[in-house]
Structures are given as structure tokens and as C-alpha cells.
Design a protein around this ligand. Structure first.
Ligand code: SF4
Ligand code: SF4
Length: 234
């Protein structure tokens, strides 16, 4: 049997959070963490977590799995737990609503603040906006972000300054538009990031890039923003 410890907290009935132990058959070792949760919820429908696509695309089931933020649907049980326990906690740095479900409102408000859409004021909005293959390649490693929040939740600088520092996911998304040759608002976008906190609270530790389940490099995107800010201020 595999021992599974899960963080439980129901604010309507619990005075404080606690870990609850479950057991699943050894066969679950070959399956994904989300399969374990789905199985356990058949016998305990009160167990709360988010999920949607179960293909690592929607970004809903980010959680802390044996100490590392990851997506439950694409994390094999044995890879996370080895021969020990599977330990599931909510994403760090975000308030818990219930069990493994965290409040991501602030995270998505910060996302909205960087205007995550293409801005083009060249008067050609009714035409196709062409882009060279080289310019299109600059978006690789950026457009794939699914906003799961695993990186931002694992960022110590964001824990300390969540109101002022935008965090790695939002900054990677900001750079995705700054780097887009079709976007005409990069000056405005960079101006909005040029204070002491929005970008510069990153301390280059790289926890964000270490945990990203899509293999992206938010720390690198933040460095690119800082480099671009430096160039534009010369
Ligand atoms: S950069 Fe990676 S970890 Fe961060 S939100 Fe995007 S996909 Fe998730
Ligand atoms: S490298 Fe920067 S953004 Fe990434 S976890 Fe560290 S402080 Fe946060």
C-alpha cells in the first residue's frame, strides 16, 4: 500500500488545518497524483482540489507535491514520492480556501495588470499582422505558459511582497508581449515595470524555473526584462 498524506482544511468545520492519512493500492505508483486524488474522492467526496483537463494544459491542479510545486495530472506518484509517502499540500504563498484549493484572485489581478493581450495601434487591425520566422521564434519558451501559478507560489520574493512584486508567471507573460514584434506598446509596458519592486525584487534564485511543469524559464524572462529596461534607459 502507498501512504498518502493530504492537507485538509474546511474553514466551516475545522479550527485549524491538519494532515489526513489515506492508503492506496501499490498499483497507483505507476499512475499520476491526480489519479490518486480522484480515487480517494470516490470514498471521501469532501476532499477538495481543482482539476480540469488532466493533460497538463489547463493549469488547474497545481499543488505542492512532496515539497515541490507541480501539476498533479502529469506528476507520476513514484517520481514524487520515491519509496516513501506521497505528501500533498496546497500551493504555498496563497490563502487556502479549502483543502488543496487556494485563492488565486490576487495572482490573476496581477496578470490582468500587465495587459496580457496584443496591442497594435498601427491602424492595421483589420489585416493580418505578419511576423518573420526569427521574430516568431522569440516567443518560444514564453507563449507556452499555462498560468498554473506553480512558479509564483514558489517564489520567496513574491511571498514577502505580493502587493508590489509581480512574480515570475506574470513577468514571463509581460515579456511575452514586450518581445512580440507585432505589439506596439512595449515602451508603455516597460515603463509600467520600471519601479523598484515590479521586476527588481527578483533575487535570481531560480526556484520558479526549477518547478515550472512546462519546462519554462521565468527567471530568464525576468532577466530579459531587466536587460531591456537597462537598454531603453541608456
Ligand atoms: S511559467 Fe511555468 S510554472 Fe509559471 S505559471 Fe507559467 S507554466 Fe506555470
Ligand atoms: S528567480 Fe526571481 S522570480 Fe524566480 S523564484 Fe527566485 S526571486 Fe522569484
Amino acid at each position: 500500500m502507498i501512504d498518502v498524506d493530504i492537507y485538509r482544511y474546511n474553514p466551516e468545520t475545522d479550527r485549524e488545518p491538519h494532515m489526513q492519512s489515506f492508503f492506496v493500492d501499490d498499483d497507483f505508483g505507476k499512475r499520476m497524483v491526480l489519479d490518486v486524488l480522484e480515487h480517494l474522492r470516490e470514498s471521501d467526496p469532501s476532499l477538495a482540489y481543482r482539476r480540469s483537463c488532466r493533460e497538463g494544459v489547463c493549469g488547474s491542479d497545481g499543488m505542492n507535491i512532496n515539497g515541490k510545486n507541480a501539476l498533479a495530472c502529469i506528476t507520476p506518484v513514484t517520481e514524487a514520492a520515491g519509496s516513501g509517502k506521497l505528501i500533498l499540500r496546497p500551493l504555498t504563498g496563497m490563502a487556502v480556501i479549502r483543502d488543496l484549493v487556494v485563492d488565486q484572485n490576487h495572482f490573476f489581478e496581477q496578470y490582468a495588470s500587465i495587459k496580457p493581450w496584443l496591442i497594435n495601434d498601427s491602424g492595421t487591425v483589420d489585416k493580418e499582422l505578419h511576423q518573420s520566422a526569427a521574430d516568431r521564434a522569440k516567443l518560444d519558451g514564453l507563449y507556452e505558459c499555462i498560468m498554473c501559478g506553480c512558479c509564483t507560489s514558489g517564489c520567496p520574493s513574491w511571498w514577502w511582497n505580493p502587493e508590489k512584486y509581480l512574480g515570475p508567471a506574470v513577468l514571463l507573460q509581460a515579456y511575452r508581449f514586450i518581445a512580440d514584434s507585432r505589439d506596439t506598446a512595449s515602451g508603455e509596458r516597460l515603463g509600467a515595470l520600471s519601479d523598484h519592486f515590479s521586476v527588481y525584487r527578483c533575487r535570481d534564485v531560480g526556484n520558479c524555473s526549477w518547478v515550472c511543469p512546462k519546462g519554462l524559464n521565468p527567471m530568464g524572462a525576468i532577466s530579459d526584462i531587466r536587460r531591456t529596461l537597462l537598454k531603453t534607459s541608456l
